[in-house]
Write a protein that binds this ligand. Structure first.
Ligand SMILES: Cc1ncc(C[n+]2csc(CCOP(=O)(O)OP(=O)(O)O)c2C)c(N)n1
Ligand SMILES: [Mg+2]
Length: 375
């Protein structure tokens, strides 16, 4: 075959958004072309035992999910007003992945994530006011406004950093897991990354090392089926990406990343495996990014109908349905929505009133040895 036969074809907008065929494959896996319009993931989650969580806990998770959603909507509005410098990526639609995981782990466990990490920060316990202040570059932010949206960090909470370089946070988490192992601690590290990260070499180096050394590590792929503006079926040789890490001899599972109970069950099982010395787990959470790749994204690469379809099965909708099925009435849900709405208004006001960092601190906390004692 000539090299030209392997070359990717140029994508037109229509081709990029609409798969050519959705025929099922003979081996039972999903056809690569079908995934961008799938609402529900394949059946592979069925092997996982998913216990029902107590209704009180689901209510707490719902409150957290609404907090993340409203904070990110407020941030998008602030970006439109020109209040935010640099790129900002929201995780609207990804919330269940962060919340289900955070509630399955213990205080003291570590997390690292991508530039799309507001949801992880809040799930890990960050205060929304200080989080918004960080995105706005204000001095009350967790990194005193110097990290911004793409470098969320709060070591005191175990939130060890978002990262702007695709996949760079993954070996960092392996280092944290190794440190925990060497110190004889029971701390687990979880690292979140996107489907696009799978094709970075460092991912595979980390898979091999973590599996060989049985590190207490959880690899969590938030598969939203796009890398920036490119659908996964255009870039990946296989669509079920949990099959890649399986080759490194680790446990893998593909789950519904829009359902907090499923995520909680998968991460609990992985944490148990990690804490008992049985090594890492790879979780592929199928999810969907409801907003653009970043603030200001015109979203010309996917049809609005695709987003509308996904709106029928997104984390908040799923949680509301669960709560209603447990007998929680609409009024109680609406009350939570209103309370959170007020809290987010207060958080935005707090951030807007937070002072800009002093110019005398420009080089503080930037290089090793210049730390001023804070985060
Ligand atoms: C090493 C590197 N290459 C390219 C980029 C540019 N880039 C930023 S986001 C992104 C897409 C990543 O997609 P995915 O891993 O699926 O995460 P998602 O944005 O969908 O959450 C790319 C290629 C980068 N930041 N780092
Ligand atoms: Mg992606």
């Amino acid at each position: 075959m000539k090299p030209a036969d392997h070359a990717p074809e140029a994508a037109t907008t229509d081709e990029a958004a609409l798969p050519a065929t959705a025929e099922p494959r003979s081996d039972g896996l999903r056809n690569p072309a079908s995934i961008t319009t799938d609402v529900l993931p394949s059946d592979s989650a069925s092997e996982l035992v998913v216990p029902a969580l107590p209704t009180d806990l689901l209510l707490e998770m719902y409150r957290k999910a609404v907090t993340i959603r409203l904070m990110e909507e407020a941030l998008l509005a602030a970006a439109e007003e020109g209040q935010i410098g640099g790129a900002m990526h929201t995780a609207i639609g990804h919330e269940a992945n962060a919340i289900g995981a955070a509630y399955a782990l213990r205080p003291g466990d570590y997390v690292t994530c991508t530039y799309r990490g507001h949801h992880h920060g809040l799930a890990w316990g960050m205060d929304p006011g200080r989080a918004i202040a960080e995105v706005m570059g204000r001095s009350d932010g967790f990194a005193k406004g110097k990290g911004g949206s793409m470098h969320f960090v709060s070591p005191e909470l175990g939130m060890m950093g978002a990262n702007g370089i695709v996949a760079a946070q993954v070996p960092h988490a392996a280092g944290l897991a190794l440190a925990s192992y060497l110190r004889g601690e029971e701390r687990v590290a979880i690292t979140f990354f996107g489907d696009g990260a799978l094709f970075q070499g460092v991912m595979h180096e980390t898979f091999n090392m973590a599996s060989k050394w049985k590190l207490p590590l959880i690899f969590y792929c938030e598969n939203n089926r796009y890398s920036e503006m490119t659908p996964i079926w255009r870039t990946s040789s296989i669509e079920d990406i949990f099959l890649f890490p399986r080759a490194y001899g680790m446990a893998t599972v593909q789950i519904d990343g829009n359902d907090v109970e499923v995520v909680h069950a998968a991460v609990s099982e992985a944490a148990e495996r990690a804490r008992t010395g049985s090594g890492p787990t790879f979780i592929e959470g199928i999810t969907y990014r409801l907003a653009g790749h970043m603030a200001g994204d015109l979203e010309t690469y996917r049809p609005p109908e695709e987003v509308e379809r996904q709106q029928t099965y997104e984390p908040l909708t799923v949680l509301r349905r669960k709560l209603r099925a447990r007998g929680v009435d609409e009024d109680q849900i609406a009350e939570i929505d209103e309370e959170v709405d007020e809290k987010i208004d207060e958080a935005v006001a707090f951030a807007e009133n937070s002072p800009w960092p002093d110019t005398s601190e420009t080089y503080l906390d930037v290089f090793a040895g210049s730390a001023s004692g804070g985060a």
